[in-house]
Design a protein around this ligand. Structure first.
Ligand code: NAD
Length: 422
């Protein structure tokens, strides 16, 4: 009989009973079940409160990037990632930037946008005026929802309304501007949007459907800049190569996608380590890169009059020090302690610097020897493990494959067989 993925009451079961069902469904071995049961520093009860249908946890390596100096302060950067080379590259780039005085960063106030979609309105421009005229009342209703946020100086500060053309006719889109202080703010903003929606519907006579935060956080931006002395990066031709790579990404969306992916390698790893919503930042970053219609690069590299490399980047940065999993995940709390940031703004600026560092390391390798050589030694270790190498064998198999420039599982298995014969 075919197996069914419909499991009645699955969500109500304790994790252990869910795991027993999954074991039978997938034919998991006792060893595999034990691995899932071993949740380490994220206790199963806590994991079970964080998301639904929990059967275990998924561990990832967490490392720390060094050498970062941002606005004169030193930071160690916790990063969780499955991708080899990311942490080493960030540390390497931060060291080159350090030689040029470190990163300099800034940010706007932590203002998020909440959207309220009003449809089926007779006259969109009249509805827009009705909303704008009721601004004080709408903001008050929004702020009544979150006295805690207000007590920290945050809350709904302003609103705007736009009429947009869609294939189903005109719609009025109300934007609520909410200062989220040290929270990412999605829950706070969504609650406010839902609270003011009936009033907006009553004012305009329209029907409200969506009431949710926008991840295109154009009012919550972080900016990082740096100068890399030409001697620190390997001379004039490397500087030129990076500038050519930068204008390539600016002009070509195929390249910009990969350029920006490299930036997010660093940012997403810090977000993961700190329990922040990396999808929110990824979505915001890519939407921001396409804000002027054509998708382009988030960073820009130029040469100054000294012949040194100058880099800068600005992107939306909706991160929090509280809320979401930041305070509940025990490792995220430790990561935050290592990072030592005092506000969401400072955190966002550090992330912008990490993204710029990651970008610098990638462009330096790409415009020079290519990234494969650096990638290969770590990649080779993964391949060695896949082939069954353990302990000291891992390094031995990896080294030989790299020296032969033949990093493949079949070769790793052959080398292992040879080693086992000895
Ligand atoms: P939250 O609601 O857990 O915490 C925010 C609240 O904490 C504030 O509303 C405030 O009442 C309180 N607070 C205490 N001290 C504060 C301080 N110093 N500064 C600001 N607020 C303070 O979390 P959140 O940040 O509103 O929402 C984040 C979560 O929402 C994330 O888990 C995210 O994944 C999720 N989410 C995201 C989206 C999206 O990005 N589209 C949509 C829905 C949910």
């Amino acid at each position: 009989m075919a197996k069914s993925s419909v499991i009645s009451g699955f969500y109500k079961l304790p994790p252990k009973e869910r795991l027993a069902i999954i074991r039978d469904f997938a034919g998991l071995t006792e060893d595999e079940v034990r691995l899932l049961e071993n949740t380490g520093s994220l206790p199963i009860d806590l994991a079970d409160h964080m998301v639904e249908n929990v059967i275990g946890v998924f561990p990832e390596p967490m490392g720390v990037a060094g050498n970062f100096q941002i606005n004169g302060k030193d930071y160690l950067i916790p990063m969780a990632t499955e991708e080899p080379s990311v942490i080493a590259a960030a540390s390497y780039a931060a060291k080159m930037v350090r030689d040029g005085g470190g990163f300099h960063t800034s940010s706007t106030a932590p203002v998020m946008i909440g959207q309220i979609q009003v449809v089926k309105i007779k006259d969109a421009e009249t509805a827009k005026k009705q909303v704008l005229d009721a601004k004080v009342d709408i903001l008050k209703k929004a702020n009544d929802q979150d006295p805690v946020l207000n007590s920290f100086g945050g809350g709904a500060k302003d609103l705007d309304a736009r009429v947009i053309e869609t294939s189903l006719g005109e719609m009025l889109i109300v934007h609520l501007y909410v200062d989220c202080r040290d929270a990412m703010g999605a829950n706070a903003v969504n609650t406010m949007c839902e609270a003011v929606a009936p009033f907006i519907s009553q004012l305009t006579g329209g029907q409200v459907y969506l009431r949710i935060i926008s991840n295109l956080a154009v009012k919550r931006l972080a900016k990082a800049q740096c100068i890399v002395p030409k001697e620190a990066i390997g001379g004039q031709s490397v500087v030129e190569g990076i500038v050519y790579a930068s204008v390539f990404a600016a002009a070509d969306p195929y390249r910009a996608a990969t350029h920006n992916k490299g930036i997010m390698n660093g940012i997403a790893a810090v977000l993961l380590a700190t329990g922040n919503d990396h999808r929110a930042i990824e979505a915001g970053a890519h939407a921001y890169a396409a804000l002027n219609k054509a998708y382009t690069s988030l960073s820009n590299w130029t040469i100054n009059s000294n012949g040194d490399l100058v880099g800068e980047m600005e992107l939306p940065m909706a991160v929090g020090l509280i809320g979401g999993a930041v305070k509940t995940h025990p490792i995220a709390r430790i990561a935050m302690k290592i990072l030592g940031v005092k506000s969401a703004n400072e955190f966002g600026e550090v992330l912008a610097a990490v993204g710029l560092a990651q970008n610098l390391a990638a462009l330096r390798a790409l415009s020079g020897e290519g990234i494969q050589r650096g990638h290969m030694s770590l990649h080779a270790r993964n391949i060695a493990i896949t082939a069954g190498a353990k302990g000291e064998q891992i390094e031995a198999v990896a080294e030989l494959m790299v020296s032969e420039r033949l990093v493949r599982v079949d070769r790793a298995k052959e080398i292992l067989e040879e080693l086992n014969k000895k």
